[in-house]
Design a protein around this ligand. Sequence first.
Ligand code: GDP
Length: 282
Amino acid sequence: MHFQWYPGHMTKARRMMQENIKLIDLVIELVDARIPLSSRNPDIDELGRQKSRLILLNKADLAENKWNDAWIEYFKDKGYLAVKVNSKKGGGIKNIQSVIQEACKEKIERDRKRGILNRPVRAMVVGIPNVGKSTFINTLAGKACAKTGNKPGVTKGKQWIRLNKGVELLDTPGILWPKFEDQQVGMKLAFIGSIKDEILNTEELAAEFLKLMQQHYPGIIAGKYNIEETGDVYEVLNRIAESRHCIVRGNELDVEKAAALLMDDFRSGRLGELTLEYPDRI
Ligand code: GDP
């Protein structure tokens, strides 16, 4: 499979991020709970050097909870503060403000020692496209009060959302580029829908997805589509087409439609809570 990328967008996004990151104390990095490593970009460690760090395992509702907890432990072992959230429904959002304070406690302590009191912590949300950055900001902002005005010295139009008197959040997230030069990573990003389907062959993608399901979640596909799920994955795809009446030109099986349907069922959580990468197998 071949993945395209767009250096133009990437350069601009990176430049914006470098500018904004100067203004903040805390980097809130969102990753997708189904693929917590593949949905990260290692550049953030360089960009976020000297900043307080917090990792949010977002879309936790779509992943298996035992693996969510295992990933939280994994990140904690690496020295990050990490929590799971569901930005869409607001799960885990209530505690975020105290988690932010916790993530910044060294900075707050440093300020206090220098006699600086009541300087709010400033935070920015970052992550690759589609991990839920806007959803998270909106959900959090919805719970908080109004935006603060422009601040002197800050690019016009930049808005800070005051979460409470101790924390301000930049209203525009920082966009990181996914690292899809790695085929395995690219594949997983395509599974969750972070790479546009048009640049991929849907059948090939669905076939790869079925292989992964056979390996890690036997029984799910059989149960969902009421079919035999073992054997050649293209055969399995045919069976899904049959079972779901995906037909073209009168009587031919529309395998492409079945592939799209399968991926859509996965992405919207209709196959259940599924995790596609695991901390003890990396
Ligand atoms: P961004 O590109 O990182 O800003 O991502 P968006 O905020 O636009 O979210 C991408 C998609 O993921 C949208 O369809 C959201 O509704 C969905 N989404 C975001 N957070 C969650 C979550 O925690 N759970 C679920 N199930 N969907 C989410």
